[in-house]
Design a protein around this ligand. Structure first.
Ligand code: SF4
Length: 277
């Protein structure tokens, strides 16, 4: 039996379902808390959904911890304007990053997930759950079980914990639930469908999501367009031209086709289960 059990809450379909199922007593035990790693850059609709979840969880006296390492949007803007010399980049698209092939297209190595999500959750477990100081050793015998919201259709994203005192567990997989099963469970219990949870500017967005931001949230779209403009050549230690959209066009010049199937469907729900890392 672990000393503590935590839910890693991304606030998308899978982890929302997992949390609500836990509150309904559908697993072998009730976790002690859920931790939401806030990049500070989620769309407003994710924060509204999170507030609703917090309200539901409070009826069960179940704590949801918000933990944050910074605001990824602000940090990117500062990096692009020279005010930071290091930034954990999202996997933005790059044209001409390789000097020998100036027109070659590639992507930046994704660092955002580790710095703004995975490490944030580990820190919250250590400091807020276990009461440890930075770098203090975890007492012998302490074991934390971390529940991750990966569904059966995403089973390839399962990865063991890198920390000896944390064991990862995938309750939705144990119940053989797919994403559709999660949605069906939510409908059956009268809960709303959670929104996609990913940073506003995540380059993994499908055109359908870009379209949703553009039409439903003009102020957030304006910020996306601004970020896309400033990262073009401004990011530290990055060669070539950087774009949010895989077409390698400025985002406000892309012909967004919400019906176009994503060229990388495996990333459809990427930031659930902590961006698939
Ligand atoms: S949603 Fe995208 S940009 Fe945000 S942390 Fe995950 S991979 Fe990075």
């Amino acid at each position: 039996m672990p000393s503590f059990t935590v839910i890693s809450l991304g606030a998308g379909v899978q982890s929302t379902t997992m949390l609500l199922m836990a509150l309904h007593g559908e697993f072998d035990r009730m976790p002690d808390a859920a931790i939401f790693a806030d990049t500070g850059a989620e769309p407003e609709w994710v924060y509204r959904h999170l507030e609703w979840l917090e309200e539901v969880a409070s009826r069960y006296h179940f704590p949801i911890v918000r933990a944050q390492a910074g605001n990824l949007m602000h940090d990117l803007l500062h990096a692009a304007s020279g005010q930071r010399n290091r930034i954990a980049n999202p996997p933005f698209y790059v044209r001409g990053g390789a000097l020998e092939k100036p027109e070659a297209m590639g992507t930046l190595m994704r660092k955002c997930t580790r710095d703004y999500k995975i490490d944030v959750i580990i820190r919250a477990i250590r400091e807020r759950l276990l009461g440890l100081r930075p770098r203090q050793r975890v007492p012998k015998g302490t074991q934390v079980e971390q529940w991750i919201g990966i569904s059966l259709d995403e089973a390839t994203r399962i990865k063991p914990s890198r920390h000896r005192y944390i064991t990862n567990r995938w309750p939705l997989i144990e119940k053989e639930m797919t994403r559709s099963d999660c949605l069906a469970w939510l409908v059956k219990h009268g809960y709303p469908e959670p929104p996609k949870s990913a940073c506003l500017f995540c380059p993994y967005h499908s055109d359908a999501v870009w379209q949703e931001i553009r039409t439903q949230s003009p102020e957030e779209w304006r910020r996306v367009v601004e970020l896309d403009r400033v990262i073009r050549t401004g990011l530290p230690k990055v060669r070539g031209q950087v774009y949010l959209h895989r077409s390698l066009l400025p985002i406000d010049e892309v012909t967004i086709d919400p019906h176009r199937s994503d060229s990388r469907p495996q990333f459809e729900n990427e930031c659930e289960g902590m961006c698939g890392v």
